[in-house]
Each structure stands twice: as C-alpha cells, then as structure tokens.
Ligand binder design. Sequence first.
Ligand code: SF4
Length: 452
Amino acid sequence: MYEFAVTPATTQIRRRGVEVTEIAPGGLAAELELEAGDRIIKVNGRAVRDYLDFRFLTGGETEMTLFVRKKSGEEWEIEIEREEGEDFGLNFEQIVPRQCANECLFCFCKGNPPTARPALFIRDEDIRLSFLYGNYTTLTSITEDEMRRVIEQRLSPQYVSVHATDLDVRAYLLGVDKKRADISGKMRRLMDAGIEIHAQVVLCPEINDGPVLRRTISDLAAEYPRIRSVAIVPLGLTRYNTDARLTPVTPEFCRRVIREIMPVQRELREKLGTTFAFLGDEIYLRAGRRVPSRRHYGDYPQIEDGVGMVRSFYEDFNALWRRLQYRPPRRASRLNGTVLTGALFAPILKSLLDPVNERFGTRLRVLPVENRYFGSEIVVAGLMTGMDILEIREQIKGDFVIIPSAALKSDEAIMLDGMTFEDLQRQLGLPLHALDFSSFSQILSGKRELSL
Ligand code: SF4
C-alpha cells in the first residue's frame, strides 16, 4: 500500500509547464528573478510537463532559453548562460500521478475503510513514479507518448507488475481484456531500447501460484539481465476486501511456495549468478522460516518493494552490536521505553534487543501492534495506525515510545488512519519518536540523545 504525497489528479486542472515552489537564495534562479509561483513553460522551445522534463531538458546545457509565465501573468523569455554543472537552485511542485484503468482483484484501494482519506484511494499508474520511487505500473494503459518519453529520457529502471505471463491469468487478475493485458510488445520495446525492468508478482493463492508462477519466473528469467529481478509478494487482504475470488494467504501456503520456489532459485543462481526471483519477507515470516542469507539477496534489487528488508535489518543490527561491544552506549539505563512494531516483525526485533538489554542495561521493550484498522491479517509495521496504538496503551511502559518512521506519511507527520503524530503523542501522554534504523542505532550507540 502506498500513500502519495500529492493531491489526487482528479482535483487538479492540468496547466501548462511546471510550477516553481522554492528558490534558493543567492542561486542562479534567484539571480534570474524567478519566484515561487512562476511556471516554466518551455526550455529551448520544448514543452515542460514536470520537473523531470525540466531536469532532462536542462541537464548538461550551459546555454538555453527559458519561457516562463510569471505568477503576475507576465510572460518572460530568458536567455541563460551558466557554468557547467551550476545548479538552478529551484524546487518544483510534486508530480501528480496518472491513474490506472485496471480493476485488479487485489487492488489495495479496495482494502481501505470507506472513510479513509482520499489520498489512499489514488490508483497510480505512472512511469515517472516508477522510475523515481520504484512504484510498480502494469503498463496496460501506457501511452505512446509515455513510451517514447521513457526511452528518450532514459527513465530506467522501470518497475512492472507482471503478476503472470499467462495472458488469461494476467487479464483475470487485472480485470481487463486480454488485448490490454498483453504487454509483451511494450516490454520488448523498452528492453530493446536499453531500459532495465524489475518485475513484480502479487501472489494470489489458487490463481497465479503453482505452475503459473513457475512459468512466469521462467519466462521473465529468459530475459535476464534485461529483466533484472522479480519480486513475489503475497496478496494482502484487509477486512474490507472481501472479494470471494481471493483466497487468503496462510502459513501453510507460504511453506508450500518456499518449497516450490527454492529449487527454482537454486537453479537460477547456478545459471544466472543471481537468485533473480525473490520471495517477499512476509512469505518467510508467515511460514515461520528464517529469511535467507545475505548472499541470497545480492545487491538487494527489490529492497524498494520491501524484499530483503529483514535480512538487511539483521545485517545492520549485527554491525551495530559489534560496534556496541567496543563502545558501550552511554547512560544506557536511561533508555527505558517501548518500541512498537508490526506483529510479524516484533519477535525478530525482540530477539535482537533482548541481548542489548541484558548486556548494557537498557530497558527497551518490544510491543507488537495488532492491526484492527485494516484487520488482523495485516501484520506489517508500515501499516500500523494511531487507533491501534491507543488500543494497547495500557501495555506501554517506560519513559518514551518509539514507532517506525515508515508508519508516518513521507511528507507529513500523520498516520494512515488520519491521526497526527502530535495527537497520538498527546493521547499517549509520553514522548513519541518516529525513527528509522539509522536514527535508532544512533540513539543506541549514544551518538544522539532521545529527548525525554
Ligand atoms: S494497477 Fe491494479 S492494484 Fe494498482 S492501482 Fe490499479 S487497480 Fe489498483
């Protein structure tokens, strides 16, 4: 599930150019008297649709002409000469995502409570966000213009939700006809143009598992290294998506998938030198298995999709543990608080923090947060809500509370259920900290103080 840091496209009137939102004092743009609110319409006579276009059209150019519509309504044509590599000192409005025309059986939008914020219902399908943030697109509704843009601007890699190479199955999962579902020509065209692809399969029991999955992996692996990897992540059913065609993912199903795919992965490693087809962390954890080793993940090609996160966390934590042996945390006993995380990750985090508590006298208690907002099937930390945290407030102990920063919107301190960070902190009556691993490790190693 992904929440955008932008307003839905449906509420926006498409305007020409891209809006400048901030100017760095003393920079080139300030010298040119550009201001926040101005729109850059063209660079060297070519239309600018967003900041990616601006970056592409100005990149490497030392002389250029900008056509600008000032916020006052005036139109300026500005001739520019700049040093090689000199930055404009400009910030632009966010990209408004294009929305998809699919009706996927498992679409995350169907899993939202009806009262969820409008931003959670954005069905994005945007090759720009795929390139920038690793968001998956299905390529079913990509236009010719967008295809050309990916190739011309080298928007590589692209992240493509394939789900199944069997066309009947893909069309069924996406809720579109077979003609639209068939993206083989588009994938080939992108690959022929040197655009790298990372693929994804949302694994739905009894639909695209078993032989369909094995064929999908084998078809995609045949294109390695043009297709770099495939992430196989389990269907996530909230209590709101009750489509009878979907079968929930169970621990037994996860064990079966691991059993079936392990030999395929082994074979791929021998043949390609990479595991290529990576199972999502959730599959191992739900199966009650340990996640694979560091070697299995190589350079973690699907980490943006959360695949390999647990292994990467283990690695980072072990490195921290080694550092702590040489330089024990200062005033460790002051670290007396509760660390909240999702039900699936809580036992792992506890197994890592218990030895720290024992060895250094810290008192960090790990508390799993059951997800009542989306339903107990949802066990990942990033989907934790404020309401769920308040449900377990009686169990919270110590002087502070830590939540994963991933549980907050990327550009605003707000949780998925709309509860703000401040509100949650006020209701908990304790200092609250949203931390990623790096800030957490700085606190543990005493490089950063936790304000209490
Ligand atoms: S592609 Fe499918 S899952 Fe993604 S937003 Fe569209 S309907 Fe939902």
